[in-house]
Design a protein around this ligand. Structure first.
Ligand code: SAH
Length: 217
């Protein structure tokens, strides 16, 4: 069998799934154009690494659709200097993208096996240098490293967890899916002089956020 040309797959994903749908931030496009997403997808699903949909990573969880990772990353308007909290590290792919766009990333994951997987994937991709993978409940944020310039949440919450807003610094941005279990609004929360503004930026479908400020069962 001919080996897959991952670079060609990646370039095609960037052109067709991202640029064509309005992802214009050159840094986001460049990073997703070089990050080896195939290393963040389980071996048995590797052929699906660049498909236009989420892919199973085990434990009933998924690596998000590339477009969603790009959209959320672009919404955070990162310039390279930020301290970022990534809630729901999963495969580690979004953390890797955020790590290449910001100064420091804390990626928190509730399922210990996935946290270990994320660490391994980041190492394999050579992307973990400025990323700490934390095991724990990210619905409470990660107060040890606050304040954050940006927070990205990759699981749907019933409401905006207050801890996350509290842990945002001044001019901080939070992207989070909020709503019903099956479908959520992607909200962009910005903090300025202690006041927050919330804007709906997309409709989305994420796995449920668990933990203290997540879904209970
Ligand atoms: N960003 C991931 C997508 C992961 S899917 C990627 O790029 O692959 C969402 C992840 O959120 C799952 O791994 C799930 O276990 C995790 N999760 C759900 N509730 C959580 C919580 N309260 N704290 C930390 N992680 C949580």
């Amino acid at each position: 069998m001919k080996p897959v040309d991952w670079e060609a797959e990646r370039k095609s994903m960037v052109a067709h799934q991202l640029q064509r749908r309005g992802i214009l931030d050159p840094a986001v496009l460049a990073v997703m154009g070089r990050m080896p997403r195939e290393l963040f997808v389980p071996e048995r699903h590797r052929a699906l690494a660049y498909q236009d949909a989420p892919v199973s990573i085990g434990f009933d969880q998924t690596i998000s659709q590339p477009y969603m990772t790009a959209f959320m990353s672009q919404a955070l308007e990162l310039t390279g200097h930020e301290r970022v909290l990534d809630v729901g590290a999963g495969s580690g792919y979004h953390a890797a993208v955020l790590g290449a766009l910001a100064a420091r990333v804390y990626a928190i994951e509730l399922i210990p096996e996935l946290a270990a997987e994320a660490e391994w994937n980041l190492h394999q991709a050579g992307a973990g240098g400025n990323i700490a993978v934390i095991r724990g409940d990210g619905s409470r944020g990660y107060p040890e490293a606050m304040p954050y310039d940006a927070i990205s949440v990759a699981a749907g919450a019933p409401e905006i967890p207050s801890a996350l807003v509290d842990q945002l610094g001044d001019a901080g941005r939070l992207v989070i899916p909020v709503g019903a279990r099956e479908e959520q609004d992607l909200l962009l929360v910005t903090k300025k002089d202690g006041k927050t503004t919330t804007r709906k930026v997309a409709l989305c479908r994420f796995v449920p956020l668990r933990g203290r400020e997540g879904w209970r069962d």
